[in-house]
Design a protein around this ligand. Structure first.
Ligand SMILES: Cc1cc2nc3c(=O)[nH]c(=O)nc-3n(C[C@H](O)[C@H](O)[C@H](O)COP(=O)(O)O)c2cc1C
Length: 345
């Protein structure tokens, strides 16, 4: 990384440590987003690590590098800016109708991460079509979808398909009423996956729920159903549902470093069991280059994060990508795809 890159990295670290991490959340969150939208971060040519050794192909979804900004943001200005910060892909979010999200507070600090009660705040399909049509960027833009019924999911897939590069069926959201309901009748995912596959030819991802009580269903029903219906990209995983009396529903969604061991373990198990049939995105607790690389050695083809982006700042994608290139050089490997599942490296 050049001097300017280090300077931006250090400045962000200083600002986060002295200001964002100390202000009450109700001020820190809007301040962070306000500044992010207005600071001309993308003016500097310091984020990209274009290098063909980093290119990955997730069952037809081609990314310039394996670092994904996971679903969280619905503001088009934030998404468009994030697409210029060295990520390999960026994910927005959608439901059929507009949603205001849950009442405040919606994000609180918890340990080294956050607990959120976001409630899928977004503009709804009609407005999102215009938004996604307008967003410019030279990396893939995807959208994370949830709904109150299978019909809702399929409607969004069908309507937004032409305007995005890929779609993620989110089955693991603790913050909406329907969010985790597939886990009480997991066989219904077969209808969802079959329907979604028929509604679009764009790459589809299934993002599964996290937590011991969902794990058997992920391995026993949901991933096998996805494979059977031709969806071969699995994102492990969403946040962890935790009790949180400060939120109106009494529960919240934990993100951040506490999730990493669970992410790594489950990615490894998914790779062992289904590795020849699926491509895995490891999401949850990745906030430094070493963790990203370890998740890939366990079996991930790409990594996603949100909390790390907030706590570590805009240079994290580049730091991860440069770290990967260094490791590839050391081990004489030609492409990051050969690291997937190579735990001995
Ligand atoms: C404020 C917030 C909003 C989120 N919204 C979504 C969403 O709309 N759809 C989704 O699939 N995941 C959503 N997530 C989950 C993240 O995409 C990710 O799976 C989770 O935060 C774990 O990654 P992390 O530890 O890097 O944050 C959200 C997370 C946060 C913190």
């Amino acid at each position: 990384m050049d001097r300017l890159g280090y300077a931006v990295d250090n400045l962000y670290g200083f600002f986060h440590y002295t200001t964002l991490s100390r202000l009450p959340e109700r001020l820190a969150v809007p301040l962070g987003r306000w500044l992010f939208k207005r600071m001309p971060l993308e003016w500097f040519d310091i984020y990209d690590t274009r290098d063909e050794r980093l290119e990955v192909d997730l069952d037809g979804l081609k990314l310039p590098n394996p670092v994904i900004l996971a679903a969280c943001y619905h503001d088009p200005k934030i998404l468009e800016k994030a697409m210029r910060l060295g990520f390999g892909a960026v994910v927005g979010k959608a439901t059929r109708e507009p949603r205001e999200g849950n009442p405040e507070p919606t994000i609180l600090r918890k340990g080294k991460g956050f607990v959120n009660s976001d409630g899928y705040q977004n503009q709804g399909v009609e407005e999102l079509k215009g938004i996604f049509r307008e967003i410019r960027g030279d990396i893939p833009l995807g959208v994370s979808i949830t709904g109150d019924s299978i019909d809702d999911y399929l409607y969004v897939v069908g309507e937004l398909g032409p305007f995005v590069d890929f779609m993620e069926l989110n089955l693991g959201c603790p913050n909406t009423d329907y969010g985790l309901s597939f886990y009480s009748k997991p066989e219904r995912t077969r209808d969802l996956f079959k329907g979604a596959r028929m509604c679009t030819s764009k790459p589809l991802i299934v993002k599964v729920a996290r937590g011991e009580r969902y794990s058997d269903t992920n391995f026993g029903v949901i991933v096998p159903n996805a494979i059977r219906e031709g969806i071969r990209i699995i994102d492990h995983a969403n946040t962890l549902e935790v009790e949180e009396p400060r939120f109106h529903r009494g529960i919240g969604a934990l993100s951040g470093p506490e999730l990493f061991e669970d992410t790594k373990g489950n990615v490894g198990n998914l790779h062992t069991e289904f590795g020849k049939d699926i491509r895995i995105i490891a999401t949850g607790g990745i906030d430094d280059p070493g963790k990203a690389y370890r998740a890939m050695r366990r079996g991930a083809s790409a990594v996603g994060f949100i909390t790390g982006f907030i706590t570590e700042g805009p240079m994290l994608p580049r730091r991860i990508n440069e770290y990967i290139i260094e490791r590839l050089k050391e081990s004489g490997i030609k492409n990051i795809q050969d690291v997937t599942g190579a735990f001995w490296l």
